[in-house]
Design a protein around this ligand. Structure first.
Ligand code: COA
Length: 176
């Protein structure tokens, strides 16, 4: 497969209209969607896939689909999206299928996205938020050097979420 970005274990490519089965397996999974505003119906998943494809066309970013390099299994997605509160910043996110949790893959993917954001994309600021009960996300953002800034209303889940920032100049991941 053609990956535009690779880590030790993962390859990143772009979503296409043919990826609906992969998108449905991911965002249609109730464990995956529990803390990101789900559950999502097949119609909502299709709309999400279309939005990701448009985002890449317009902004050169999306929550890119990621795959295991060793056997090309679909692992989930990780990437960036525009951040409404600051036009110059982008927001980091990662969604993995449950069978891949607990292996350091989200951290590995997020590191690669930040390298890409601060390198190829020339960004200076990346923000991220998480559901208050999502301890794994809190831990990952801490390991990547994100610092808490404020709580922010997150429309899909309808709650206030802790929000963090990392700047290119401060980015010191403790684990790569
Ligand atoms: C959140 C998510 C991305 C984590 O993926 P992962 O690949 O298991 O994460 P990693 O293995 O890279 O790191 C998880 C870290 O959190 C820790 N962790 C996991 N569950 C935890 C919990 N309940 N309490 C405290 N720490 C926890 C792990 O021990 C690990 O830390 P360590 O490396 O120091 O041991 C994954 O569960 C997921 O995709 N969930 C559904 C979508 C989602 O909620 N995305 C996040 C949106 S902000």
């Amino acid at each position: 497969m053609d990956y535009f970005l690779k880590t030790k274990r993962l390859g990143f490519r772009h979503w296409t209209t043919e990826d609906f089965p992969l998108a449905l397996a991911l965002w249609g999974n109730s464990e995956v969607s529990a803390r990101i505003g789900g559950p999502f119906s097949p119609e909502l998943v299709r709309a999400r896939l279309t939005r990701e494809i448009r985002l890449f066309e317009q902004w050169n970013i999306q929550y890119w689909p990621i795959f295991l390099l060793e056997d090309h299994q679909h692992v989930g997605c990780a990437g960036l999206r525009p951040y409404a509160a600051n036009e110059a910043a982008r927001e980091l996110g990662f969604h993995l299928l449950p069978s891949f949790w607990g292996r350091g893959l989200a951290t590995e993917a997020a590191c690669a996205v930040l390298d890409y954001a601060f390198g190829a994309l020339g960004l200076d600021t990346v923000v991220a938020g998480h559901h208050p009960s999502n301890e794994a996300s809190r831990r990952i953002l801490g390991k990547l050097g994100f610092e808490y800034t404020h709580d922010e209303f997150y429309e899909p889940s309808g709650i206030l979420e802790p929000t963090y920032v990392v700047r290119k100049t401060q980015w010191r991941p403790k684990q790569r």
